[in-house]
Design a protein around this ligand. Structure first.
Ligand code: GLY
Ligand code: MN
Ligand code: MN
Length: 488
């Protein structure tokens, strides 16, 4: 938890942003519900607890069973939670009181949890506006549907809240929170740097373990052990597979085989729950084949291009399109596509090879705030999400500003089913050389991902060290690690 001044300051900023959300005298209340424990089967055997990210951001309390109300008219704040009783003490040990937690987050008052519901109902009955963020977890959905008697879909959709609207998540509150969380504070950047350092160590352990004959699952275990020992755990379910053409491949049943490529997309969550997210692609025998190197070098150049372009004032959508052009230029040199680059970019030909966006926001969530609405988070007013494969999956299109944290993750994948579909449906308008693609059908995929902080005059890669990325650097690292291992 940060110092209480951080949370007090954030809530003051939110209060000011919400001043515009309603008539003077009836702005209403903003309500925040932290996450509950989620039992695996019986109530004493829970999944690992993870606090709701906006609750963490505004109140800092990293425990289940808390909620809070910020009165947007008076500025009063109250933290709701229950002090432990003797049964809890038997199982959990003595715990600090709720009032001491309210003190730590700088909230003026605290009250038992059941008063959270009664305060909301009282405010609603007196015609006050109720603002809450889109709800994602099951228990919180259940809590609000029972409290408000509304369908659960209302809790995920955002609408402008006025005195008489039916219950739904608040567009005003959601936009205000997004505007704050998008721009990272100094204390947050320090935490992301820590998560990136752990991510670096995870990927280093994975690379060192990547040897012919080793099971992918073994590598995952060694890699995830690093973040379990140094941070909170993984920031998302690790992707580690020699079938890297499947973008989010969570199967780890294969054995490392020379000649194949291993895609590792994994990150750490710091103890304060800030994320990192890195991808590297390794040659399983320690050396790329020339076919692999040619494609790998294109992806590495695309990653570098995004880094050189990312700066305040440019839309990340434009960076995505510049990367698409560079990728198509490289693929054209290999004879896989043909035509003018501008035409191919316009027709979305890069989507056949990179059916995802260049990157996303990252912060307390690895895909930061996407529970609040992907377009609200990733698109400026007036920007319209494209329908094309690839560009349509771009989750961060906004004009970059200092303090944004985004991922830079181009990839090239050869997905036989997709290639076949495009060929059958003639989606490529004659710009793809399917005969030349034949020898890539068992290639797999390559993705290379770094995390960028947008600075006043450009950007910097987050984390104290950068993982090897050029094909030469990767081979040199694997070579020296193999030599060290053989000396042991
Ligand atoms: N972790 C998936 C991604 O890189 O977005
Ligand atoms: Mn990733
Ligand atoms: Mn990512």
């Amino acid at each position: 938890m940060f110092d209480k001044e951080i949370y007090i300051g954030r809530r003051r900023t939110l209060l000011n942003l919400m001043k515009d959300s309603g008539n003077e005298g009836n702005r209403g209340i903003a309500i925040f519900l932290g996450n509950a424990e989620a039992p695996q089967n019986y109530r004493g055997n829970d999944y690992k607890f993870r606090q709701e990210s906006s609750f963490l951001y505004f109140w800092g309390i990293d425990e289940p069973g808390f909620a809070a109300i910020l009165d947007l008219d008076s500025g009063d704040e109250c933290l709701f939670g229950d002090d432990v009783d003797i049964d809890d003490i038997i199982w959990m040990g003595p715990q600090p009181s709720v009032s001491s937690k309210a003190e730590k987050t700088g909230a003026g008052t605290s009250a038992p949890f059941k008063e959270f519901a009664s305060n909301i109902l009282k405010a609603k009955a007196s015609g006050r506006k109720i603002h809450f963020l889109p709800v994602s977890r099951y228990y919180n959905t259940l809590f609000y549907t029972e409290l408000f008697g509304c369908p659960s879909e209302n809790l995920r959709k955002t609408a402008v809240i006025s005195e008489n609207t039916e219950i739904s998540a608040s567009l005003q509150l959601t936009k205000a929170v997004i505007s704050m969380r998008l721009i990272k504070e100094e204390c947050e950047i320090e935490e992301i740097d820590k998560a990136c350092e752990i991510g670096y160590l995870m990927h280093t352990a994975a690379r060192q373990a990547c040897k012919p004959g080793v099971r992918e699952q073994d590598i995952v275990g060694r890699m995830e052990g690093v973040t379990l020992s140094k941070g909170w755990g993984v920031s998302f379910t690790s992707i580690l597979s020699q079938n890297g053409e499947t973008l989010h491949n969570h199967s780890h049943h294969q054995t490392i085989t020379p000649g194949r490529l291993l895609v590792i997309d994994a990150g750490a969550e710091s103890n304060t729950h800030y994320a990192s997210d890195f991808t590297r692609t390794l040659p399983c025998g320690g050396k790329f084949t020339s076919l692999q190197r040619d494609v790998y070098d294109i992806v590495a150049e695309c990653n570098e291009l995004a880094y050189t372009l990312a700066a305040p004032g440019i839309e990340y959508r434009e960076v995505h399109l510049a990367v698409a052009a560079k990728m198509l230029d490289g693929l054209k040199a290999l004879g896989l596509v043909e035509g003018h680059i501008d035409d191919m970019v316009r027709e979305g030909i890069a989507g056949l090879f990179m059916p995802h966006g260049l990157g996303h926001n990252m912060g307390i969530d690895v895909h930061d705030m996407e529970d609040l609405g992907e377009d609200l988070v990733g698109y400026d007013e007036g920007q319209v999400r494209a329908a094309q494969l690839g560009l349509g999956s771009l989750r961060m299109a906004r004009k970059l500003r200092p303090g944004h944290v985004v991922t830079d993750e181009p990839g090239i994948y050869f997905i036989p089913a997709l290639i076949n579909k495009w060929k059958t449906e003639k989606t490529d308008k004659g710009m793809v050389n399917y005969a030349a693609l034949e020898k890539y059908l068992d290639f797999g995929g390559i993705r290379l991902e770094d995390d960028l902080l947008i600075t006043a005059d450009g950007c910097r890669r987050l984390g104290p060290h950068r993982l090897p990325i050029t094909s030469a650097e990767v081979e040199a690292a694997m070579d020296s690690e193999a030599a060290m291992a053989s000396e042991e």
